[in-house]
Design a protein around this ligand. Sequence first.
Ligand SMILES: NC(=O)c1ccc[n+]([C@@H]2O[C@H](COP(=O)([O-])OP(=O)(O)OC[C@H]3O[C@@H](n4cnc5c(N)ncnc54)[C@H](OP(=O)(O)O)[C@@H]3O)[C@@H](O)[C@H]2O)c1
Length: 387
Amino acid sequence: LKRVVILGSTGSIGRSAVEIIDSASDDFDVVGLSCGENIVELERQLARYSDSRFTVKDSSLLSKLLLGNDVLKGREVGYGRDGLVALIEETEPDIVVNALVGVVGLVPTVTALSRGCRVALANKETLVTGGEIIDAMAGDPGDLIIPVDSEHFSLSRCLKGYRGNSDEIVLTASGGPFYDREIDSLESVSVEEVLDHPTWTMGRKVTVDSAHLFNKGLEVIEAYWLFKFPYDKIKVVIHPQSIVHSLVRLKDGSFMANLAAADMRLPIMSALYAPEIREFPWRSLRVDELTSLEFIPLEPKRFPAFELAVEAGETGGTAPAVLNAADELAVDAFLAGRIGFLEIVKWIEEALNAHRPEPVEDVADVLDADRWTREYLADRHGEASPM
Ligand SMILES: NC(=O)c1ccc[n+]([C@@H]2O[C@H](COP(=O)([O-])OP(=O)(O)OC[C@H]3O[C@@H](n4cnc5c(N)ncnc54)[C@H](OP(=O)(O)O)[C@@H]3O)[C@@H](O)[C@H]2O)c1
């Protein structure tokens, strides 16, 4: 039995991980679960995995969950960032599924890696904000870090055995709901329209990020740290069908591609069993679904959020941490109905313009830049958002 901790077990990726393990309980032992605010779902999961320890986002949620619930007492390991760290330290897992959203995922990844524990990494913010730190700890993809983001999972498959003979990688992007619309027409799109993703069902933050390809910019940074291609050799193409997840161009000019149904359970399951390849019990791709695959060149100028993200990646140091914090804050404000969709990119641009990037040497440098951004934007626009 592999001992598994699932951080963010109540989210979209986290619940899929639980579902996979439910269907393979002879292979895995869930020793730790965590939620942000959804204590109802966490309680359900803890009833199923009755030896699992747990942590939640803050002390008031922990008190609420424990109130009159004697079965859970003694299984908690605290709350907040310290709780996430303690969950890994106290349960000694073989693998941590990091399905947290946001920069809050960075410190637990570092904790797991420092203990030699493998991380099935969905939390892209870990590599976006702390790429330098993770790079120094993790080795090649597949050693300690197993990418779960579908494009990166797919790239690690395509690159296997071909890394030295490949000269370009291509991430595909579904384009989200608005890829063929002019940017000016998006001024007053509603939260519902933005969340209506055509091909993937995901958490709210990543769905908003996908609607203006900011998410794809984060994925370029993630690919940079995972696969070590220079930024000008990491390309993006719009592929509305979300069937081809990535391509790798070999030195001889031919391409390798990885095709799969748009189902995150495949990369999650593969990460849990890596390097073994198992039969996938859910929907597999059929060849008759491949009749019309489109690839539309990306015009970066039409996607300023994408451009900002890639530029911050190229700048490096603390710039990506500022980019990410500004986006987390702006997306919260958009989802709360406080700002319009196009203001998200303005907030990110404001923060990046005001910030002087510093080198990242340790986690504190990232967290300082994150804090600076939240304070800066709160000063300008009101309402700080906690990490
Ligand atoms: N969903 C996808 O298909 C997909 C695909 C590729 C990559 N990813 C990446 O995977 C990560 C997770 O995405 P998701 O779509 O699963 O997000 P999600 O549905 O929003 O789930 C996020 C999880 O993190 C928890 N959480 C949020 N803030 C927290 C905090 N401050 N402290 C502790 N826990 C916190 C949430 O708890 P509560 O829900 O209990 O509040 C939830 O369990 C993101 O980095 C995303 O970019 C997602």
